[in-house]
Design a binder for this molecule. Structure first.
Ligand SMILES: [Fe+2]
Length: 502
């Protein structure tokens, strides 16, 4: 090139960053090659390989037992799925475009249908064959912010049915409407013009009148948003609670009279962070704040400071008296699972060891003394994915279902299913094989039995290279599944799901 022309071109540039991005030699995002190498040595990483399919249909092969005749309906699940896009690989387990999954139970047969959630982010990246937008834990050169929270929306955490809507949920932006028949994405759910595009959490809570409560948290401006949506799907009220700094809040609780928001000291104190998680910092010397809000007066807030802990998920909460609330949850000393392990599964560097222990815990919160008594149940070992029976919602629930593991063989993941009776303090459990990694299991009410449930869930069998689905009779959990069925493919390990009866 002519030197004078070259100098002239350079002189015209204010900064090198204003060169067209297409002129850069783009290096791939993430560590696809490292992961694939690690997968050869640690085949249990199969659950984090991801899929390149945008839509999957398959029948499940029943390998033992029979489907109970009363199970006629749909088990919906959601989770990050497209971990690799072209040469790129997301850096964090929670990043990738979500795939909603539907297991249809019909007359003893189980069918599978999975489909990419068609948010703008997910569609654009799948079409273009590259990671293009910053994500929960991924950032890099020339990734776009997407222009708004929904510009990064992967809709990959949960899927719930409310009113006539099937909603794929993220936590940083809108819920997305899914056609339950075709799994086609209809678009973002707009509750009102004022709340369009605002963060809407992944774990809404359902009230006894069928209405739905939810929270969202906004980093800029720092605020918590409360939503109350009627049983018919109409927005009843919203309320904004301004914050000094925004805590990351994944789940919350309601009781008959209160909303309970537990805010660990993991806060957005670093606004210049590029990925979402980079904006947050664990301030372990600070308390975990618990905000107890009067459902009938959302401005009436009791702020309780507890010794610091981290939490992803709660079981169920209930009023014991006007000034006492009981609940159960999975407690961690800090968010290291999310800030370390959930990265290292994606580049394959994880050694399979837990660096932070999770424990089942039960708590009683006293609003008068502003204290809590928290009992830790160490005997279960590490636990996650706590679920309770919807029929016991907001009452002093008897049962809690959760995953744990009895031994640690250097394979990460849960291999024991527990149904804990909180009244008798007895535990029924079942251990799956050492080559299976359990995903969240849920309780489905058994017809004609007030206290009994079917337990339904999926697992990755990394030795066989496939995903299976099992149904257990909760009353006889230790006997193992009453039906077990296999897909001919390994689905990426996902997050949450729910059953919808037909
Ligand atoms: Fe969750």
């Amino acid at each position: 090139m002519d030197r004078r022309l070259f100098m002239k071109m350079f002189a015209g540039l204010l900064t090198i960053s204003s060169l067209p991005k297409s002129l850069y030699a783009k290096s791939p995002i993430g560590n696809q090659a490292e992961f694939l190498q690690a997968l050869k040595e640690k085949p249990w990483l199969l659950g984090y390989l991801g899929t390149d399919q945008l839509e999957i249909r398959a029948d499940l092969r029943i390998v033992s037992g029979r489907v109970p005749s009363e199970l006629q309906g749909y088990f919906f699940r959601n989770g990050p799925a497209l971990h690799n896009i072209g040469p790129d690989r997301f850096k964090h387990w929670f990043d990738a475009p979500g795939m909603v999954q539907k297991f249809t139970f019909a007359d003893g047969v189980i069918r599978f249908h999975g489909r990419l959630v068609g948010t703008r982010r997910n569609r654009t990246e799948a079409q273009r064959g590259n990671i293009l937008f910053s994500a929960f834990g991924t950032h890099g050169h020339d990734l776009s912010s997407g222009g708004s929270a929904d510009g990064q929306n992967a809709a990959n955490i949960n899927i719930v049915r409310h009113a006539d809507d099937l909603l794929a949920l993220w936590e940083g932006g809108s819920a997305y409407l899914i056609n339950a028949e075709t799994l086609e994405t209809k678009g973002p759910k707009v509750w009102s013009p004022e709340t369009a595009g605002l963060p809407f959490g992944a774990h809404p809570r359902f009230d006894q009148d069928g209405s739905m409560w939810n929270i969202g948290y906004s980093v800029n401006p720092a605020a918590l948003i409360l939503y109350h949506i009627s049983a018919g799907g109409h927005l009843l009220k919203t309320h904004i609670l301004p914050q000094m700094v925004t805590p990351m809040i994944h789940d919350f609780m309601i009781t008959e009279s209160k909303i309970v928001i537990v805010a660990p000291p993991y806060v957005s104190s670093k606004p210049k962070g590029e990925s979402f998680i980079d904006k947050f910092e664990w301030q372990g010397a600070q308390p975990t704040r618990t905000l107890v809000i009067d459902k009938n007066n959302l401005t009436k807030v009791t702020d309780i400071e507890l010794d610091p802990f981290w939490v992803f998920h709660f079981g169920n909460a209930y009023d014991i008296s006007p000034t006492e609330i009981g609940f159960d949850f999975v407690v961690y000393d800090n968010p290291d699972f999310m800030t370390r392990e959930a990265f290292s599964v994606m580049d394959g560097s994880w050694d399979g060891q837990d660096h932070v222990k999770s424990r089942y815990a039960q708590a009683i919160l006293n609003l008068t003394t502003k204290t809590a008594v928290i009992d830790h149940f160490d005997d279960f070992g590490p636990v996650e994915f706590i679920r309770t029976d919807d029929r016991e919602n907001l009452t002093q629930h008897k049962q809690a279902l959760m995953l744990s593991r009895s031994t640690h063989s250097g394979v990460y993941g849960f291999s024991r299913l527990n149904l804990y009776d909180r009244q008798s303090e007895s535990n029924r459990f079942f251990d799956v094989s050492t080559s299976e990694i359990l995903e969240e299991h849920i309780m489905v009410p058994k017809q004609g039995h007030d206290n009994q449930s079917w337990i339904i869930g999926t697992a990755l069998d990394w030795k066989k290279g496939l995903t299976n689905l099992s149904v257990y009779d909760g009353a006889h959990l230790s006997d193992g599944p009453i039906v077990k069925a296999e897909l001919d493919l390994a689905l990426p390990l996902g997050l949450h799901g729910n059953y919808v009866a037909r």
